[in-house]
Design a binder for this molecule. Structure first.
Ligand code: PLP
Length: 446
């Protein structure tokens, strides 16, 4: 079918996620047709460097034949069976074992889901169930952060702190409370980063006391906020948060949907910040995005209670641990181990990107440059000296959507922040290309 016909049909029938449907109908879509390595191709013949690994997920890059073969073999062997009640199948069992080997030592169980949002729905159920079983049913409140993203299901968006999402349909799940985020460049520049990190941890303690320590079940956060703007917290933040949670016996849920599987140069972002989460929702990089699969890694404290005292847990999905998705995820993790992908991000690619990315700090439009592992952000400013932001918060959006794409680079924007999170298989040469394409897009805007 010709691309103009496809585009017309898309506008006529397809409602895209996180999209202004009317504008989509008027402007039409870019049609991505195929991909290899770190490059996607569109129907107009452009080759575009995917600086976002799809949606932070294609960690091994595009076109990995081993993943296709794992899916094909499993489709022949057993395309579907469920894990309900007392049935299981080899891919789910092997993937569970592999995940527990890779996870920190206190994590020995996993509950599978089809996505990161479903993983966070599962977290919500598990956290409240845990405290009920512990004889503390009033421990219901979950503290999250403003501008957090934890998914699009009702529980995911309620746990998240995205104001525009709450404005459409509201945070429907009761007893979720949001505190300030450790976003120093955006909200904390009247203090030093270190002092601001502690201020944000104190805000959590203040909220616990306000809600009543006996009513607070858990704190949920990403190690580094991804969709919120690739926000790396000040070094003082996580140690202070850990202290507060331990003081009031509150569970720590670390959302690893983006930070897990090598993005920050460790298997899990928690390991970079020395966190010991009770629960870790995972998805995305688990299968390098080749097929949809997620889960919750459950620490011993919660698992033992759910197992020993819980009886039947009335929760699960048709596609929990889907055999084909599980087989692909397992192969993905095996490849990552065999190729030393995580170590390469930590020791080589992360430092290389940091050095090249930092060169953009000189640009007149850039107020701050951040990176950790293979995640990076540029804070755009209208005035470099005062670091004033743009009047219209769409500057980065236009830059990413129009100029970057046209010049051959996918970046993502959140307000005036531009983000990258390329495949973990990117080469030095491709990092150089990414940085020079980003610079060119900035130059065209300045
Ligand atoms: N949690 C985090 C931190 C995410 O970034 C996302 C998706 O971007 C989700 C949860 C939801 O995952 P999914 O889109 O697979 O439902």
């Amino acid at each position: 079918m010709h691309s103009s016909d496809l585009r017309a049909l898309d506008s006529a029938h397809h409602l895209h996620p996180f999209t202004d449907f009317k504008a989509l109908g008027e402007e039409g879509s870019r049609i991505v047709t195929h991909a290899e390595g770190v490059y996607i191709h569109d129907s107009e013949g452009h080759r575009i460097l995917d600086g976002m690994a799809g949606l932070w997920c294609v960690n091994l890059g595009y076109g990995r034949a081993e993943l296709v073969e794992a899916a094909t073999a499993q489709l022949h062997e057993l395309p579907y069976y469920n894990n309900f009640f007392k049935t299981t199948h080899p891919p789910a069992v092997k993937l569970a074992e592999k995940l527990c080997q890779l996870a920190p030592a206190h994590i020995n169980h996993v509950f599978f889901t089809g996505s990161g949002s479903e993983a966070n729905d599962t977290v919500l159920r598990m956290v409240r169930r845990y405290w009920a079983l512990k004889g503390k049913p009033d421990k219901q409140w979950i503290i999250s952060r403003e501008n957090a993203y934890h998914g699009s299901t009702v529980a995911g968006m309620s746990l998240g702190g995205m104001a525009p999402m709450h404005a459409q349909g509201g945070p429907l799940v009761p007893a979720i409370s949001h505190v300030r985020q450790p976003y120093w460049f955006g909200e904390g520049r009247d203090q030093s980063p270190e002092a601001f990190g502690r201020t944000c941890a104190e805000a959590i303690e203040a909220r616990i006391l306000e809600l009543g320590e006996d009513n607070v079940a858990a704190f949920i956060a990403e190690p580094v906020q991804g969709a919120g703007g690739a926000i790396m917290p000040p070094a003082s933040y996580w140690p202070a948060v850990k202290e507060v949670l331990a003081k009031y016996d509150i569970l720590l849920v670390v959302d690893e949907v983006i930070c897990g599987f090598g993005r920050l140069g460790e298997w899990f972002g928690s390991q970079h910040y020395d966190l010991e989460p009770d629960l870790m929702p995972i998805a995305k990089g688990l299968s390098s995005g080749y097929l949809p699969i997620g889960g919750v890694l459950v620490g011993d404290r919660v698992a033992e209670t759910l197992i020993e005292e819980g009886g039947e847990f009335f929760h699960g999905f048709t596609y929990s641990g889907h055999p084909v998705c599980a087989a692909v995820a397992l192969k993905n993790l095996e490849i990552m181990q065999a190729e030393g992908v995580v170590e390469r991000v930590r020791d080589d690619l992360g430092p290389y990107l940091a050095e090249r990315w930092m060169s953009l700090a000189e640009h007149p439009l850039v107020g701050e440059v951040r990176s950790l592992g293979l995640m990076g952000a540029l804070e755009l400013v209208a005035d470099k000296t005062s670091r004033a932001r743009f009047d219209k918060r769409l500057a980065a959006g236009n830059l990413c959507r129009d100029i970057c794409f046209a010049s051959g680079l996918v970046m993502r924007s959140v307000g005036d922040t531009m983000i990258i999170a390329p495949p973990l298989t990117i080469t030095h040469h491709e990092i150089d290309e990414l940085v020079s394409l980003a610079r060119r897009a900035l130059d065209e805007t300045a």
